[in-house]
Design a protein around this ligand. Structure first.
Ligand SMILES: Nc1ncnc2c1ncn2[C@@H]1O[C@H](COP(=O)(O)OP(=O)(O)OP(=O)(O)O)[C@@H](O)[C@H]1O
Length: 304
């Protein structure tokens, strides 16, 4: 497709550390598959954690119409937060191990096909969220999944099998944590294994924590999981991978636009799988239609 005004600027921000497919040369793939009558590409490598946010802000300020995160959900998060309140749209070349947002948006995991999607882009507006002012676009969580994000951040191993081994190890010693969750004017006091906040439906790797979550509906889906024994854990794992967590009897769901959580003990928390620290009080907010993305029609999103 040729534009009457010529190609627009597309900036590709690559995290060289992300993913397990390190042999793939993304610049070569961009050279082979990107339609240069549609886009004039610029390719930049990140140099450190957090760098992608600065690069994305700069690209948007310099007139890029499209800023493409090349990496996993951590890189997607960093690029996307840099694009909030700008005129640039987010593209994704999925190169992580989980790729939760890319999967929700129907973006092909094969990079040549993901590049083809950018050649004939359809733009969509999606909601974004924040946990204690840390933006997230896919999921955030407190409790066991917060702890896992912390332990995974310290581990040098990547990939699904390492992740599962780590989950099993930590599960043996983790106990549900006391907290008060305030949703829609109601206070729920309990011990919680996980309090998860879903903008998109999955954590990544097709593990669906909130299968019904709609990324354009203006609502957060909150998933509360209380005590989890060994037999429950197997059922929970099965429910996550088969989109049947809601019928497992182990999870309770609420929708809201703001939720607050208080806990007597500091709790680990994550945003899009990245460990954000510990806190005793949490405020989680949703900002409707606050980010423009290129996604696949017929996936879980409606076109603008
Ligand atoms: N040049 C860099 N050097 C070191 N770390 C970086 C660099 N660029 C980005 N990072 C950090 O790498 C981390 C992991 O990135 P990302 O999530 O994209 O990959 P991943 O962990 O392999 O994928 P997934 O989240 O799907 O498992 C992010 O926290 C990001 O801040």
């Amino acid at each position: 497709m040729t534009l009457t005004n010529g190609p627009e600027k597309a900036c590709f921000i690559l995290n060289p550390k992300s993913g397990v497919r390190s042999t793939v040369s993304v610049p070569d793939l961009i050279g082979q598959h990107l339609d240069t009558t549609r886009w004039t590409p610029e390719i930049i490598f990140t140099e450190r954690a957090g760098h992608a946010t600065q690069l994305a802000q700069k690209a948007a300020a310099n007139g890029a119409r499209l800023v493409v995160a090349v990496g996993g959900d951590g890189t997607v998060n960093e690029v996307a937060r840099g694009l909030l309140k700008t005129n640039a749209a987010l593209g994704i070349l999925p190169k992580g191990s989980g790729n939760g947002l890319a999967r929700h948006l129907g973006i092909p995991l094969a990079l040549p096909q993901a590049l083809e999607l950018l050649n004939t882009p359809v733009f969509h507006r999606i909601d974004s969220c924040a946990i204690n002012n840390h933006p997230f676009f896919c999921t955030a969580g407190i409790g066991f999944d917060g702890l896992i994000s912390s332990v995974f951040a310290q581990s040098t191993k990547r990939g699904l099998s390492s992740y599962i081994a780590l989950v099993v190890k930590e599960f043996r010693t983790f106990t549900a944590q006391a907290a008060t969750v305030e949703i829609n004017g109601h206070q729920l006091n309990s011990d919680f294994f996980v309090v998860a906040f879903a903008n998109a439906s999955q954590y990544g790797n097709n593990a669906y924590i909130a299968p019904m979550a709609d990324i354009q509906d203006g609502f957060l889906d909150v998933c509360l999981i209380r005590h989890v024994g060994v037999a429950d854990a197997i059922q929970l794992g099965y429910g996550l991978m088969t989109k049947q967590i809601a019928s497992s009897g182990l999870a309770e769901f609420h929708t809201c636009s703001t939720v607050e959580v208080k806990s007597p003990q500091p709790q680990h928390f994550h945003a899009d799988g990245e460990f954000m620290g510990t806190a005793t009080e949490f405020k989680v907010q949703l900002f409707p239609e606050s980010l423009e993305v290129v996604a696949s029609l017929g996936a879980n999103v409606k076109a603008v």
